[in-house]
Design a protein around this ligand. Structure first.
Ligand code: NAP
Length: 464
């Protein structure tokens, strides 16, 4: 038998998950000189691109243009897409071992992290994940309801996801209707009675997790003022020392913007965004089975023995009356059948992208990249270098012969198996039909696209 990776015996790779790290796996594999590779990518949704479609905010269309590069990768003859096919339901690791030499998991971090405070499971308290997926038209979340008749909304956490959520709540329908926000969300937001949006950061301005362009946008709403309490924009001595030592451009820009907002006069716009620092929720107060208010405590910042600045609760408490709370304190990965998982990190157990078992030994044939490898951090481009690192290890293992030995490595037999398990799979050509239909409807409404939010509608178009 010829060596694996040649035209007689191509390297066969299954990629589970079609978000950025899945597509950067493809582009990195295609860059390897003298490698003949066949890649089958699977996604449980009929649509590819993961969080670029279902996570990136609809008013950030520029960030979505990365899909053009993904389309180029998908045009390679060695690439196939199988949408609407779920790992663990339609295909299993034992199946993949029969048809592929290596399996890459790029399934992201679909779950939210808990706050750990009383009342966080009450009606009216939602994860930011749900809201983001809802306004982005993810089929699993299209039927969710959020009580936008509330005057006050609280977003807990101060990362870029919290910024996205607050921005969507602060923008007007005119600002949103030119985006590809889901129609159901646009309709619900057009009835919104929200007047005050509170973002709660547990540490100070120098520790905020958002990035400079995102905080800058918060000062540019047509119909919402941004408010920061001058006392909360002050930089404490420890933070100042860290800022001086690190000279991190993002932190310096964030602090400058925050302090400019604290000094800005209020223009009396109909909506008010309040960005708070040094406060933590301690309880979601219940009334008639739902959230009626959020109790918070003001924090001091103290240096721990590892040199980290930690929030420490004082005895100063406040209560914000609200029936709508979004928890935006980070994501967690989901364990996958037959794949080692690190519960404390919420990622696949791995070293540099090679899956490892409980004793730290490599699990031959299994790899990971993206958030399910390293946790939910970084921007889209971070996944490029993350996938590159893993693909480097896959190539080392190919050279060393550390691979699955598939009994039936033919692309046709893999196709036969997939068809037998999920006759309704969606190919890349099928997806292009869905894409074209969405974009065509968008053009009629002067929008980038109008998203389909039901799998049945997508399948109808794919089969047309
Ligand atoms: P994130 O950046 O990790 O921010 C999480 C926030 O939650 C932090 O402010 C954190 O504060 C806070 N937090 C954690 N536990 C908390 C608790 N128990 N109580 C109160 N606050 C708590 O996560 P994310 O916003 O979900 O974003 C995930 C990744 O996606 C990030 O890398 C982000 O930059 C990226 N993203 C980028 C964009 C963009 O480029 N426009 C858009 C969306 C998301 P501490 O710092 O004190 O822990």
């Amino acid at each position: 038998m010829s060596a694996v990776g040649t035209s007689e015996n191509p390297l066969r790779v299954a990629i589970i998950g079609s978000g950025p790290s899945g597509f950067y796996t493809v582009s990195n594999l295609l860059k390897q000189s003298d490698l003949v590779v066949e890649m089958d990518m699977f996604d449980r949704l009929p649509t590819p691109y993961g969080l670029v479609r279902a996570g990136v905010a609809p008013d950030h269309q520029k960030d979505k243009s990365v899909t053009r590069a993904y389309e180029k990768s998908a045009a390679n003859p060695g690439f196939r897409f199988f949408g609407n096919v779920e790992y663990g339901t339609h295909i299993h690791l034992e199946d993949l071992k029969q048809h592929y030499h290596q399996v890459m998991f790029t399934t992201g971090s679909p779950f939210d992290r808990n706050l750990g405070v009383t009342g966080e499971d009450l009606a009216g308290s939602h994860s930011a994940t749900e809201f983001v997926a809802w306004y982005n038209g993810h089929p699993d979340f299209a039927d969710r309801q959020f009580d936008l008749s509330q005057e006050n909304v609280v977003v807990v956490g101060i990362g870029n996801v919290a910024m996205d959520v607050a921005r969507i709540l602060c923008k007007t329908v005119d600002e949103l209707k030119v985006t590809d926000i889901a129609d159901h969300a646009l309709e619900a937001l057009s009835q919104s009675k929200v007047k005050n949006v509170y973002i709660l950061g547990r540490r100070g301005p120098a520790q905020a997790a958002f990035t400079p362009p995102e905080i800058k946008e918060m000062g540019e709403f047509a119909e919402a003022d941004v408010n920061i309490l001058p006392g909360e924009a002050v930089i404490d001595e420890h933070s100042q020392n860290q800022m001086d030592a690190d000279n991190d451009k993002n932190v310096l820009k964030n602090v400058e913007t925050i302090q400019s907002y604290a000094a800005r006069p209020n223009a009396g716009k109909p909506r008010q965004l309040h960005i708070r620092f040094l406060v933590s929720p301690t309880e979601l107060i219940e009334e008639a089975g739902a959230v009626s208010a959020l109790k918070l405590v003001q924090n001091d910042l103290l240096m721990d023995d590892r040199g980290q600045l930690k929030p420490v609760a004082t005895d100063r408490e406040e209560v914000i009356p609200t029936g709508l709370v979004f928890r935006s304190v980070g994501y967690r990965g989901q364990p996958l059948p037959d794949v080692p998982f690190n519960e404390s990190w919420g990622t696949i157990a791995n070293e540099g992208g090679r899956a490892v078992d409980a004793s730290g030994q490599q699990v031959v044939g299994l790899y990971t990249a993206g958030w399910i490898k390293r946790g939910p951090s970084g921007v889209i481009g971070t996944n490029k270098t993350c996938a590159q690192e893993t693909v480097g290890l896959m190539m080392e293992d190919l050279q060393a012969g550390r691979l699955f030995e598939p009994a039936d490595p033919g692309a046709d037999s893999a196709l036969e198996l997939i068809r037998s398990r999920q006759p309704d799979f969606v190919s890349f050509a099928d997806w292009k039909k869905i894409d074209e239909a969405e974009v065509a409807e968008g053009a009629r409404q002067s929008r980038p696209r109008v998203k389909m939010t039901q799998v049945t509608d997508m399948l109808d178009v794919a089969r047309s």
